[in-house]
Design a protein around this ligand. Structure first.
Ligand SMILES: O=C(O)[C@H](CS(=O)(=O)O)OP(=O)(O)O
Length: 254
């Protein structure tokens, strides 16, 4: 039983908690174990950020993915790693290795590279056919290029990815959460862009929201059911308290 389970304001909302995607930037095995013991119940996806998975021994990655999977968390390598594999013409090998390492999903993005629409569709479908959970990502890592993407183009990409079979689409914000996608240079939400992106529904969107102020704003606006990503590994528990109205920013508001 959880501590203080009698408290009336702990999540009595009927809305299920939104998905939480955490950024794993290279946690050790013991850190992973500790994290899962304390916050595993509040975690859905663990992204091994960008190319970090390619810096570690295969056995270590396999041990980590096994721990995540046993806790019901889907681990997956960063979209950048898939982009590098695609750029090198090594996507089939990437897919095989991803499965051999025990990852349960992939992220299909074009944040750092350019990928033809037909290739993106094929990649999503091939990953799905291989039995992997697929999360795509919309947005560019270079702010100048990202600002060139119109809301209409983003919405079209979201639609196309979902039609190709993606389970969720991430709205890019990078690890820093500033000057990309729905955030301005200070990390504040650009309201009209958010509203436009959200108007078709947010159920299959995951908003990268690495900053507490962003998590608070999105939870207040859309409720506890909003899907949030790029949560730092030491902030997963703190995010759960926001979702439960157990931190000053959301006390009595959910
Ligand atoms: O897309 C992301 O949020 C991450 C982190 S960052 O952009 O490199 O800061 O990249 P990914 O390759 O998807 O892990």
């Amino acid at each position: 039983m959880k501590a203080y389970a009698f408290l009336k304001n702990t999540p009595k909302t009927t809305t299920p908690r939104g998905k939480t995607m955490m950024l794993d930037k290279g946690l050790g095995l013991n850190e992973t174990e500790d994290l899962l013991a304390t916050a595993g119940d509040y975690l859905d996806y663990a992204k091994f950020g960008w190319g970090t998975a390619a810096t570690m021994d295969r056995e270590l990655i396999q041990q980590k993915t096994a721990k995540y999977q046993a806790a019901g968390v889907i681990p997956y390598p960063g979209g950048t790693l898939l982009e590098v594999a695609l750029m090198n013409g090594q996507f089939n090998d990437f897919l095989k290795e991803t499965q051999a390492l025990g990852f349960g999903g992939v992220e299909v993005s074009d944040g750092s590279t350019t990928i033809a629409g037909s290739t993106r569709k094929q990649v999503i479908q091939q990953a799905k056919d291989a039995g992997l959970f697929v999360i795509s990502e919309v947005g560019k890592k270079d702010p100048t290029l990202d600002h060139e993407l119109s809301i209409h183009e983003r919405l079209m990409q979201i639609q196309a990815d979902l039609q190709s079979g993606a389970n969720y689409v991430i709205i890019e914000a990078r690890e820093a959460g500033k000057n990309i996608g729905i955030y301005d240079a200070e990390g504040n939400i650009i309201e009209d862009e958010l509203q436009e992106l959200a108007k078709g529904g947010t159920d299959q969107l995951i908003f990268e929201a690495p900053l507490k102020s962003q998590q608070v704003a999105l939870i207040r606006q859309f409720g506890v059911g909003i899907n949030l990503g790029n949560i730092a590994s030491n902030e997963v528990t703190a995010l759960e308290t926001l979702r439960r109205g157990l931190r000053g920013d959301t006390v009595g508001q959910l």
